[in-house]
Ligand binder design. Sequence first.
Ligand code: UDP
Length: 373
Amino acid sequence: KKILIVFGTRPEAIKMAPLVKEFQKFDAVFETRVCVTAQHREMLDQVLDFFEITPDYDLDLMKPNQNLYGLTGDIIIAMKAVMEDFNPDYVFVHGDTTTTMSTSLAAYYNQSKLCHVEAGLRTHNKWSPFPEEMNRQITGRLADYHFAPTATSKENLLKENCSEASILITGNTVIDALFQSLDKVTSRPSSFIQNFSEALGEREMILVTGHRRENHGAGFIRICEALKTIAQQQPHVTIVYPVHLNPKVLKPVNAILGKIDNIKLIEPLAYQDFIWMMHRSKLIITDSGGVQEEAPSLGKPVLVMRDTTERPEAVDAGTVILVGTDVQKIVDETMRLLTDSEQYDRMSALHNPYGDGNACKRIVEFIEKTKGK
Ligand code: UDP
């Protein structure tokens, strides 16, 4: 059976890497090829290096000032050559990016079986997040097989008339990636981490990430004001913020938080260094999807700077609190977790609703039993 696995951004690479490895274990049954669109270049390459994956097709499509029209068209056209060269039985895509949606159409044109990993996440608002919600809805409509991380995501797909037999609940592959990397990360920290850890000493640390389009503008200004207040009220705590390279994020963050002693603004971290940071942190403040899924497996409470979420499981389980971008709410909930040890212990001991690290095994076993193209 011929398997083509396609991705383009850092989070997709992290979440698809363990699937590539799992398919490669069975090379007598599966011929597996990897295609990257390189929608993110540097951040993608770092993950490929860490997982030791060499793409068979590298479309290298990242361009300065890329817009959605150009990127969508470029991917579909470039994918035609890949489809003609390999003619896969199955095409695997992940989540909700422009790479995902455009590749899904290309797979449909080639009449390959389309397999959607991290299927069924929905906000049911086509404008939020934009364009991710529409990307995942279109991909869901085109997919033959849906690998849903949770029962909630399966429910969403059933409501859209996907057949029961086409859906498998697997857990999220991000937990597979995390468990497969943890040993390496903690036993052999990079020199950057060794130096950082020494400088940090025994201080408590809060880890922050933020990049979402919906928070650009006023949202980021409020987020930064909240972080500034926390830093001032808790001088014994260090806030570490690997800042996303998008100028809409970099500019307000540097302007408001650039000169505060106990806030360390650093460049986006390599995946293994980021895992170390999560592991070392007391709590995490983020608007990232993947981080919300990873953190409960490390016992870290998460404050999510969004008003709506396509990941309600974490909120329901109590591993995550939605704080939006309201200054007071971010400050209050952070203070509560820093000072109320009962609340902190309760949150950090909760079970991770996103899986057990065996998602990829379940996916490969499922595909083994299906008929190819
Ligand atoms: N991550 C990383 N370096 C960083 C910040 C995050 O490697 O400096 C990883 C993190 O472990 C998670 C993924 O990137 O697996 C999340 O990516 P992002 O927040 O960009 O996207 P989202 O999850 O919101 O789609």
